[in-house]
Write a protein that binds this ligand. Structure first.
Ligand SMILES: [Zn+2]
Length: 168
């Protein structure tokens, strides 16, 4: 590039100090070179937005989102993931509590096995059936086909069934 081709003309409108006007006469290259230099001088870095994938200029490498819109979108997504995890934890807690409810009662019966082997066998079968059905329903909740509250109600109904079998 010859010197006159590499030149850019700059001027600043008097009432808008934050604006800079730039003119290049023969090629865009001087404008690009000039602003690449300015961007470095201002301490900006080129980043790709983690949410929308758009390239943007950031104040620092830590700034990974291009706009308030994308920041909001990420916050919503983070909240959704958190809720999902919390729901998953609650689901496992409910299942485990019900499992041990059955397990402890069956263990009690087994300890007195000699006293009532038929009842113990019946409870063992019922426990097996419960586990199979509970695991199936747990997956339905995970897939969003069943509400957590409905799963919880079902577990309670099943616990009543254990109590009924124990008292029989
Ligand atoms: Zn973005």
């Amino acid at each position: 590039m010859r010197d006159e081709e590499a030149a850019v003309e700059l001027w600043y409108p008097a009432l808008k100090r934050s604006f800079e006007y730039v003119v290049a006469s023969t090629s865009f290259l001087p404008v690009i070179a000039y602003y690449l230099h300015k961007i470095e001088e201002w301490g900006f870095v080129f980043q790709r937005c983690k949410v929308c994938g758009k390239d943007f200029l950031a104040r620092s490498r830590h700034n990974e989102l291009c706009s308030d819109k994308c920041r909001k979108k990420q916050a919503v997504e983070a909240k959704r993931e958190f809720d999902e995890r919390a729901k998953g934890d609650r689901l496992e807690q409910l299942y485990e509590a019900a499992y041990y409810y059955w397990y402890n009662r069956l263990r009690k019966l087994r300890r007195e096995k000699a006293a009532n082997p038929e009842k113990t066998a019946a409870m063992g079968e019922a426990f097996k059936a419960f586990r199979k059905e509970a695991v199936k329903r747990k997956w339905q909740v995970k897939r969003g086909e069943m509400k957590l509250t409905d799963f919880s109600s079902w577990l309670i109904a099943e616990q009543n069934e254990v109590d009924r079998l124990m008292d029989a």
